[in-house]
Design a protein around this ligand. Sequence first.
Ligand code: SF4
Length: 374
Amino acid sequence: MPVMARVLELEAIAEKVEAGRRLTEAEGERLFDRDVDLHAVGRLAQAVRRRRHGDVAYYNINAHLNPTNVCVYRCPLCAYSCDPGDARAYVMALDAILACADEAASSGCTELHIVGGVHPEQPYEWYVEMIRSIHQAYPRLHLKAWTAVEIAWFARLAERTVEGVLGEMIEAGLGSLPGGGAEIFDAAVRRQIAPRKPDAETWLDVHRTAHRLGLRSNATMLYGHVERPRHRIDHLVRLRRLQDETGGFQAFVPLSFHPHGTGLSHLRPASGLDDLRVVAISRLMLDNFDHIKAYWVSLGVGTAQIAVAYGADDLDGTVRQERIHHDAGSSAPDMLTVDQLERLIREAGCRPVERDTLYRPVRRQGAEWEVAGS
Ligand code: SF4
């Protein structure tokens, strides 16, 4: 395309963004072209982010719990899972799970993020009892638990509908869904990175049902492996469509693929520049999502901090004991303190605000906290 036509095309995209009009798939894909200046895309995304959130950037105080690493699906993309009987295999006992929840609650966490493998032998009741026991012991801890892949497995295991499983989990104390397992929706890409995992429609249906039952959820996208820009845009547009339908998503979380230790270890990871472009384009395409998260465990602390100036408004949390990305070679630390998170946000030119899982501001004195206005 001649230079002048390219300039006019990008000006037209910028005008649409400034007027708050929705970008098309073709426009989104165009922004992934390397000849489109990354910093110009970042500036546009940052303007959208500032319109929504001003100078606020969020973080939360949370902990992760990965109850088992045994998984029937053994996706090529995964460095975390293993077969039963593997020397690395573990299944946490309920006592250990409660000890982890106790540590989270007593150190002032507002949220416990629970996801893991899909174990071939653990009964459905184990998963429900886990939620019920934690919720009964620590009712203030918001339980953001289970990917759509896990929920679909529970339905199969219990021979119940997704609605039935979600209803029982809600009754036991489930607070929201974290949004993992989406990977890339395109079927051909999915066949290469996660061939046995439930398909895109299953993932979208679980979230649709969760939203109908009043649960909020997040949505993820794993990029930086074999996908192309058109697959990323297709993924974002499918999420945007479901959000138009339900309004139940809170945040979008782009996850940068770490090939180390996976069945795709020959691939080169995404560069920091690619990470920033994905964050910025996500902000521009997902005009009906309130929040774009720069998940520092996946992006690395430095890139996540810069992402706050490229359209992201949330650095996620303090994150204790995360295993899934660390097993795949993430060089991010195991946790960040509140002081570190707040400093990262301030250095990025924003004002740090602690939030709970539902993005309500939290007022805090040490480990004591309350949701502002409640
Ligand atoms: Fe199992 Fe999830 Fe790993 Fe796939 S990515 S093997 S579903 S834990």
